[in-house]
Design a protein around this ligand. Structure first.
Ligand SMILES: [Zn+2]
Ligand SMILES: [Zn+2]
Length: 220
């Protein structure tokens, strides 16, 4: 009986020591785990604090992933900016409109501001190429001045003439028309007398044809 009673206290003492050891081990283990978790938690906290990610996070706005958001958000923003230009594509329609206006001027050589060169061309039936003689610049300038003085369109009925055309219309052999120094013209709405006076005012020699309704003008 004594042996048993004396042995029990020893066992209880041992049990106490073991419990203390276990407690120490547990606390050590818990502290170790906490330390490890603190180490692992450290880097996680540092990543969100990074300035670059914070800025990208604000820029991304709705995107949740810090590392992926900055890369994806920035490409998307430029893409959106490039899309608007594509939507505002109406300009392509303008080019087709512009070519037409360019074509006429290229084909239509101007004798002066309001007169195309073809208006002075010979109107024969193919005896010449239309320009048997170059038009005198002084005549072109004075006819333009006449039009400016009248303030109305002036119609050229005859400019330069080849020999065949001059004979056909009964022109004199020394006609100024043959060397591009004369023109027959009229101004709709303005009398022959008024046109002749206006032509004389700009320095043109005149020969009014009242019955036919035009004025022959020439330079000396
Ligand atoms: Zn001709
Ligand atoms: Zn004439």
């Amino acid at each position: 009986m004594w042996t048993k009673s004396s042995a029990r206290p020893r066992c209880k003492a041992l049990m106490k020591h073991q419990k203390i050891r276990m407690a120490i081990l547990l606390t050590a283990a818990v502290t170790g785990v906490l330390f490890l978790t603190s180490l692992t938690a450290g880097p996680v906290r540092q990543t969100p604090i990074a300035p670059g990610q914070a800025q990208t996070g604000q820029a991304g706005g709705q995107t949740e992933a810090p590392p992926g958001a900055p890369g994806q958000a920035s490409p998307e923003a430029p893409a959106d900016t490039t899309d608007p230009p594509a939507d505002t594509a109406p300009p392509p329609e303008a080019p087709p409109d512009s070519p037409p206006p360019e074509a006429p001027p290229a084909q239509e050589l101007m004798a002066s501001e309001h007169f195309a060169l073809w208006e002075y061309a010979c109107d024969c039936a193919g005896d010449c190429d239309g320009y048997p003689h170059s038009m005198e610049p002084e005549l072109l300038e004075k006819v333009e001045a006449l039009r400016t003085g009248l303030g109305r369109p002036v119609i050229i009925t005859s400019g330069v003439r080849c020999e065949a055309r001059n004979e056909e219309v009964g022109g004199v052999s020394w006609s100024f028309h043959k060397r591009g120094a004369a023109a027959d013209l009229y101004c709709p709405g303005v009398s022959v007398g008024e046109v002749a006076a206006a032509a004389q005012a700009v320095g043109l020699n005149i020969l009014p044809h009242y019955s036919e309704g035009y004025v022959h003008v020439e330079i000396t």
